[in-house]
Design a binder for this molecule. Structure first.
Ligand SMILES: [Zn+2]
Length: 455
C-alpha cells in the first residue's frame, strides 16, 4: 500500500521580495517530496505565504501602496519563485483566503472549549520582524538577535493561551519531533526553564483575522500562520515533515504542538530545522545589503543549476552561498562530470549500439548509503555518493577505451547505470534527470546535445 507523505514549508512573509533563503527551504522540501514520490508514496506538498502579519502592513505603508495591492504583488513573486524553481507543490496557500480564517476560528473554538484561553493584560517587548513578544533576557544589547532591531514596548489587554499547562507533554514530545539533535537540545533547555502562557491576540492591529467572539482584537499572526498546515491540507493532516528555518524553531516546536494537543488534533511527525545561507561568512540580510535575488539567478541559469548548488549546501549547518559557488558547482560537477558522461556515452552508443549483458558496473553504486543519507536529510552527502559513481562511470569509458574497442557490452552497462543515476538525481535536478531518462530510453539513442553549457 502507498504511504501518505505530507510535507510543508514555512509560509513566507510577503513584506519583501523573495531572497535566496526562501529558495533554499523550498528546494529542501521539494527534494523530499520528489524522493518520497519516487518511492511510490502518495505525496501532498504545501507551501504558501503569510499575508496577515503586521510587518506586511508596515512595509506596504512604507512603500505607499494599499496593503491588499502590495500583498498581491509580492505573493505573485513567491508563486513565481516556486514555478521557476520547478517546485512540485500541490497547494500554494494565501492566509487572507476566507477558508483559512474559517479553520483558524474552528481550531480556536476547540481551544476555548478546552478552557485554555483567558483574558489578561500584557506588557512586553514586541519585535515586528519576528512578530512576537521577546523576553528581555533573549535580547542582545537591547535588540532582537534575529533582526538586530530594538523591539517596541507594548502594554495592552490580551487573550492568553495556557501554554504552561502543556510543559511536561511538550518535553516528552519534542524528543522524537525535532531534527537535528542540536536544535532539539536548544528547545529542551528552554522548555525546562519557566514556561509562560502566551499572548495570542493583538489589540492595535486593523489587519488580520478577527479574534473569535471579540472584534476588538485580531488573532496573533503566529497562531493564524501555524494553522495553515491544517487549513491548507485538511484531511491530509497530520504532517509527516514540517521544513522550517532555525529562527522559527520555538513557534513550531512548542506553541504549535501545544495548540494541537489542546484542540485535540494529531501531532506532526518530524520538524526539520534547516540552517541559514551566508555570503562571505555573513548572514544574508537586507540591512547588510548582500541579498541574492533568486529570481535573477533563475533567469540567468535555469532551475537545475540553482537547485543543485542549493542542495549541495548542508541542510543543518549554516553554509556559504554565492553566485561564484553556483558557477563552480555547475561547471565542475554538472557540466564536466554528468554532462560529459551523458554526451560521450550517447555519442558512442549512436555509433556502436549496445549488447545486453550483466551490469557489473552498477555494483559499484552504493544505493543503500545514498538512500540512508536522503532519509537523514543529508542531501549533500547523498550527492557526493551519486557523483562518486558518475566519476566511476567516466573512468570506465576511459579504462575500457570504448572509442577504440567499440565494446557494446560496456556501453550497455553504462546505459543502464546512467538511467539509474538519472532516477537518483530526479529529486534534486528533475528537468535534467527527465531529459537524460528520455535520451537513454529511446529506441535509437542519439548523441545528446549539451545538457549543461559551461558558464
Ligand atoms: Zn526579531
Amino acid at each position: 500500500m502507498n504511504k501518505k507523505f505530507y510535507v510543508t514549508t514555512a509560509i513566507d512573509y510577503v513584506n519583501a521580495e523573495p531572497h535566496i533563503g526562501h529558495a533554499f527551504e523550498k528546494v529542501i522540501a521539494d527534494a523530499l517530496a520528489r524522493y518520497r514520490k519516487s518511492k511510490g508514496d502518495k505525496v501532498f506538498f504545501l507551501t504558501g505565504v503569510d499575508e496577515n502579519a503586521q510587518k506586511n502592513v508596515q512595509a506596504a505603508e512604507a512603500a505607499g501602496i494599499a496593503v491588499k495591492e502590495f500583498i498581491d504583488k509580492n505573493a505573485a513573486l513567491f508563486l513565481d519563485l516556486c514555478k521557476q524553481l520547478n517546485i512540485s507543490h500541490d497547494k500554494f496557500i494565501r492566509t487572507t483566503a476566507k477558508e483559512h480564517a474559517k479553520v483558524v476560528h474552528e481550531v480556536l473554538k476547540k481551544v476555548t472549549d478546552k478552557g485554555d484561553i483567558y483574558k489578561g493584560n500584557y506588557e512586553g517587548h514586541y519585535c515586528t520582524g519576528c512578530e512576537t513578544f521577546i523576553t528581555k533576557k533573549y535580547l542582545v544589547d537591547g535588540k532582537c538577535p534575529e533582526h538586530d532591531k530594538e523591539p517596541e514596548f507594548l502594554k495592552q489587554e490580551a487573550y492568553f493561551f495556557k501554554l504552561s499547562k502543556y510543559k511536561e507533554k511538550l518535553i516528552k514530545f519534542v524528543k522524537t519531533y525535532i531534527v537535528p539533535e542540536s536544535r532539539k537540545k536548544e528547545i529542551l533547555s528552554r522548555l525546562k526553564e519557566d514556561l509562560k502562557d502566551v499572548c495570542i491576540s493583538r489589540k492595535d492591529a486593523d489587519w488580520g483575522i478577527d479574534f473569535p467572539g471579540d472584534k476588538n482584537f485580531k488573532v496573533w499572526v503566529w497562531i493564524d500562520a501555524l494553522i495553515n498546515y491544517i487549513s491548507g491540507a485538511k484531511e491530509k493532516w497530520p504532517a509527516d515533515v514540517h521544513v522550517i528555518g532555525k529562527g522559527i524553531n520555538w513557534f513550531h516546536s512548542v506553541i504549535w504542538p501545544a495548540i494541537l494537543i489542546s484542540a485535540g488534533y494529531e501531532l506532526p511527525n518530524t520538524l526539520l530545522v534547516h540552517g541559514y545561507l551566508n555570503l562571505g561568512g555573513k548572514k544574508i540580510s537586507k540591512t547588510l545589503g548582500n541579498i541574492i535575488d533568486p529570481l535573477e539567478l533563475l533567469k540567468k541559469y535555469g532551475a537545475d543549476p540553482v537547485r543543485y548548488a542549493l542542495l549541495r549546501c548542508s541542510v543543518f549547518d549554516d553554509s556559504d552561498f554565492s553566485e561564484e559557488i553556483l558557477i563552480k558547482r555547475h561547471n565542475n560537477e554538472l557540466a564536466n562530470k554528468l554532462g560529459n558522461l551523458v554526451s560521450r556515452v550517447t555519442g558512442l552508443i549512436e555509433k556502436n549500439g549496445v549488447e545486453k549483458t550483466e551490469n557489473k558496473l552498477i555494483k559499484k553504486l552504493n544505493l543503500k548509503k545514498i538512500e540512508n543519507y536522503i532519509e537523514n536529510y543529508e542531501f549533500d552527502k547523498s550527492l557526493n555518493e551519486i557523483f562518486a559513481f558518475i566519476d566511476i562511470c567516466n573512468e570506465y569509458v576511459q579504462s575500457k577505451k570504448i572509442w577504440e574497442t567499440k565494446d557494446k557490452k560496456a556501453l550497455y552497462e553504462l546505459k543502464e547505470s546512467i538511467l539509474k543515476i538519472a532516477e537518483l538525481l530526479w529529486p534534486f535536478i528533475p528537468e535534467s534527470s527527465e531529459k537524460i531518462t528520455k535520451q537513454f530510453s529511446a529506441k535509437k539513442i542519439k548523441k545528446s546535445e549539451i545538457l549543461f553549457k559551461k558558464i
